[in-house]
Design a protein around this ligand. Structure first.
Ligand code: ZN
Ligand code: ZN
Length: 412
């Protein structure tokens, strides 16, 4: 791919993120959270946003080196400091109806060797300050989306055996393929794809399953679903009626497990990259919703660290179904980036559940969500359990068993 080709494809990608991702409207402002590792895509997004009639794009930059310097070197009280001006800009713009786009391109190992307690403290101070913003985004009150850009540090991790420029080119190719930019009409491809996800989620919703059963090599797991759970996935809709796609790419439909109703054993089907460590060949055993045993062939310490974050980190907050025929699954790559890896296979997540996966959940109190079975935690760690050898059944409240997936593909 020549550099001219790359530039024009980045323009087309920027266009797709704005038109399909956040569905930017003329006159609508844009919050753009991005990184110095994605300068070209950032500039393309900003240029296209103004072309599309946005009056203002607020660009909020981060930088791997700056972030790492703080987490490695700053004194402990640094992590109680919240940059008020950034939080205020995000909250104010969201309340004015701005769309919000994030671009990720970070080095998966950027925070390797930093104290995880620092991140926990940083997030514990940052999240409450951004609460009005998250309340709007998590309830689809504003249009938001996340995309990715190839960077040298990230590409080196995905393709360790290739020279850096080749690795970056291959990662761009993978990104463009995953977001369907190599189809004839990417916008039409996304409309059709989103419609398929919406219809899968509606079929699951109409069944009202009490539980899902996963069976595969090393896996025999029953995941009870939260009371009043709803399946989400595909496109979302703002109160103004604008459709948006919250993750680019997205291949999943997902819902809330019941915090106390998960039993059996599950074997991960792919390694899990966590805080610079790779956890491989691992198996979790659940009783009454809680992990009672966790054994990893490699990375046991990191796995133990995930589970020790808080009591909710030992229980599930998400269950998601992804067919093995998705473009990301077919590439067979490990991306070390949740946006991509979680769309490669059916997965479950330890930690926080999503309020939007409960009917009326966005308006519920914490106590009401808890009563429905939604899990609470400061963490949310997805790991892959799906494969071409995985069967999934749904169990209705009356005990009827309905095939949902066979050999990793939809049958419902
Ligand atoms: Zn997911
Ligand atoms: Zn997740």
């Amino acid at each position: 791919m020549s550099s001219h080709d790359l530039a024009s494809r980045i323009d087309a990608y920027a266009d797709l993120l704005l038109k399909v991702g956040v569905n930017l409207q003329p006159g609508q402002k844009l919050i753009l959270r991005t990184t110095t590792a994605a300068v070209d895509l950032t500039r393309a997004v900003v240029a296209r946003a103004y072309d599309m009639g946005s009056p203002y794009v607020e660009v909020i930059w981060s930088d791997d080196g700056v972030t790492r310097a703080r987490f490695m070197r700053a004194p402990e009280d640094s992590f109680g400091i919240v940059p008020e001006h950034v939080a205020e800009a995000m909250v104010r713009l969201a309340q004015e109806g701005a769309a919000s786009l994030a671009i990720v391109a970070d080095d998966p190992d950027n925070l390797r060797g930093t104290d995880p307690k620092r991140m926990a403290r940083y997030l514990a101070n940052w999240r409450p300050r951004l609460k009005p913003y998250y309340e709007l985004s998590m309830s689809d009150g504003i249009a938001w989306s996340v995309g990715a850009a190839a960077s040298p540090a990230w590409a080196r991790r995905v393709f360790p055996d290739l020279p850096e420029d080749e690795a970056v080119a291959r990662l761009w190719e993978a990104i463009f393929h995953a977001v369907r930019l190599d189809t004839e009409d990417p916008e039409a491809a996304w409309r059709a794809h989103a419609q398929q996800l919406v219809s899968a989620r509606e079929r699951l919703n109409s069944r009202g399953f009490a539980a899902l059963r996963f069976k595969g090599p090393g896996t025999d797991l029953r995941v009870g679903l939260a009371e009043g759970h709803r399946w989400d996935g595909g496109s979302s809709c703002t109160p103004a009626g604008d459709r948006f796609i919250a993750n680019m790419p997205t291949e999943e439909v997902f819902t809330a497990p019941h915090r106390e109703r998960v039993d059996g054993v599950v074997r991960a089907s792919k390694p899990l990259a966590y805080a610079g460590t790779l956890i491989e060949d691992f198996e979790l055993t659940f009783e009454g919703g809680e992990v009672v045993s966790a054994v990893a062939g490699k990375g046991q310490e990191a796995l133990d660290q995930i589970l020790a974050a808080d009591p909710g980190a030992r229980r599930l907050g998400e269950v998601a179904l992804v067919p093995v025929s998705s473009p990301i699954a077919r590439m067979g790559l490990l991306f070390y980036q949740t946006l991509y890896d979680e769309n490669a296979a059916s997965h479950i997540a330890l930690g926080q559940g999503y309020a939007m996966t409960l009917r009326g959940g966005a308006k519920m109190s914490v106590e009401e969500r808890r009563a429905a079975g939604l899990n609470e935690s400061l963490t949310h760690v997805d790991f892959m359990i799906g494969s071409a050898d995985m069967d999934v059944d749904g169990e209705t409240p009356t005990g009827e068993v309905v095939p949902v997936m066979r050999a990793g593909e939809w049958v419902i």
